[in-house]
Design a protein. Sequence first.
Length: 482
Amino acid sequence: MLRNIVKSRRLQYSFHPRASYSTGTNSFKTAVETAEKLVSPPAQTKFQDPFSIVSHEMSNLAKSIASLIGSGHPTLNRISSYYFEAEGKNVRPLIVLILSKALSKIPISQRQRIKIDEYDVTEQEHIKGTPQPGQESIAGYSVDDSLSPLNILHGINPKIILDPLSKPMDRLPEMDKQNGILPKQRRLAEIVEMIHTASLLHDDVIDLSDARRGRPSGNIAFTNKMAVLGGDFLLGRASVAIARLRNPEVIELLSTTIANLVEGEFMQLKNTVLSNSGEEIIDNDGDEKRVPQPTGKVPTEKHQYSVNEEDIVDHDTNVQAAFEYYLHKTYLKTASLMSKSCRAAAVLSGAEDDVIENCYQFGRNLGLCFQIVDDMLDYTSSDKAFGKPSQADLKLGLATAPVLFAWKQEPKLGELIARKFNEPGDVEIARRAVEKYQGVEQTRQMAEKYCMDALANLRILPESDARSALELLTNSVLTRSN
């Protein structure tokens, strides 16, 4: 688990810039103390792991989400809550919560980008009294308050309580001045985990997975149809919660992440920059299926990374295009949700534009690092340690960073990548090439670069325990084993 990895990173903490040398009668003792400062955070920022910073919020995460996703159908309840029962990494809500706490250390006077009301930051002047026409702010309501009349949300029979939309939800506490996380930021963390979990239900159907988080995957425990519908239901509930944040920019950001997840999945289904003279052939569980040609009634454009075979200049150009395709797909599938949720947390805090942008870039770089490490672990981890079948990417026909680095050195691998390793011996050949050309090590170096960039983005935030926790968490992504 990431929690254990975080604990193991305490002695590998990044260089502390305020460490300084001093003279004294015991030079050896002074040298030892100075060395300790170089590898450890200052005394006031020592903690067991990042979870301790937001332990209360994280311990109530699953319970809070359960209050958002319940339905009147017991089987649907079972499916939609299935993945929340198992202990997962919960990295995404953890990042949102810790970042929110770090943002709270910015003085209120420097958080004036948007109008913040009493449900956001209690110390700031907020809208009082009866607003004049044109001055009403729907942002002033709680995340639990509905926008539409409840009798409409009830549906056909308003006398029957079918779901959380038609009954009072647990009221989130007002801003805790000591912890500094806003109610809307807490809800943001829950929404992010709901969207992510919905994508897992869908991904496991698409990838024909049989395990997730050490237990049968949703498609195996239930059925493909139920897993897909359960994921759809989670997205529906998340959409309602998104709307109740009542911030148009945040609504736009989070809604876009849902579309990004689908776009990324389609890029992975194709998994190549090559197009076959405009005719697209996709794999349909082992069978080839030709995509119908457009009629022309609706404008359709090629993906920006689509190129025809005759456009390929040379091997290096082809490899470069493949890496660009891979990184864009990785952003859409993984980094988009992290980056946009980090940006949303900053927007809700009222922070200024440069802070918001760095929070976005932090999430983007961390998300890319996280997925690149995940792709690396697919070659190095056991099924038990990984929590899902390892060494599965090649079997699924996926060309991730390790094999792309090998392809750069061995052009013949391009043929295997183009046919998605579907012929006998292809997977074994690709694995040997990855080992021969140190594809895993080169992938690790790529992940390290994004890790360093993410750490640099965090420096715009004031020094605090929360920022130190984010730095520790970011470093731990590189050393995780699952």
